[in-house]
Design a protein around this ligand. Structure first.
Ligand code: HEM
Ligand code: HEM
Length: 126
């Protein structure tokens, strides 16, 4: 694995370690108030980043494109902004909501970009 694929896989592992630590802290404290943060870190973070990593690993020519690098950074910055913002929002800091909203839209934009990158690659005639 290399390039964008390796970056996504590394990001996925970081999300898994942080999200599971949060899950453990929720279970130990019996305070599940951060469940949406844990759920998004695990599913939108760990699982989605791992899917992107394996996609770029399977399509190395696509991974070489500048658009793939843009996809990585947009996903990483908006996704990390989303889960960190959500953490503070659920901890009672209502003022951070605009950051969570902007990050959510960035994350959606990154998914749209991925559709634009990935669909032509998987539909291409051999
Ligand atoms: C160290 C391992 C983990 C611990 C201790 C843990 C702990 C928790 C806890 C305490 C909740 C809240 C349950 C509730 O209030 O109903 C939860 C929910 C959740 N966890 Fe984990 N979790 C772990 C690993 C994972 C993994 C590996 C994933 C996914 C890849 C995951 C995905 C979710 C999701 C999606 C929810 C929300 C479920 C719902 O909407 O009802 N968790 N977890
Ligand atoms: C544009 C970004 C996203 C936004 C704004 C968003 C928003 C939300 C909202 C408002 C909820 C309900 C939370 C609650 O009732 O407490 C939710 C739940 C959930 N979302 Fe998302 N979501 C986004 C992306 C995703 C993605 C990409 C995934 C998975 C790949 C995902 C997985 C889940 C799961 C598993 C739950 C149920 C867990 C829970 O209730 O905390 N979300 N999301």
């Amino acid at each position: 694995m290399q390039g964008v694929a390796r970056n996504f896989f590394t990001l996925a592992i970081i999300y898994a370690l942080c999200g599971m630590a949060l899950g453990l802290s929720m279970a130990i404290s019996q305070d599940h108030g951060q469940m949406p943060t844990h759920a998004h870190t695990m599913v939108a973070g760990w699982l989605m980043s791992a899917v992107f990593a394996f996609f770029y690993h399977l399509f190395p020519a696509v991974a070489q494109k500048t658009l793939a690098t843009i996809h990585f950074w947009l996903t990483a910055v908006s996704g990390i902004g989303l889960v960190i913002g959500l953490y503070f929002l659920l901890a009672g800091n209502a003022a951070i909501e605009p950051m969570v909203a902007a990050s959510s839209m960035g994350f959606y934009a990154a998914m749209l970009l991925f559709a634009f990158i990935a669909l032509p690659a998987v539909w291409k005639k051999a």
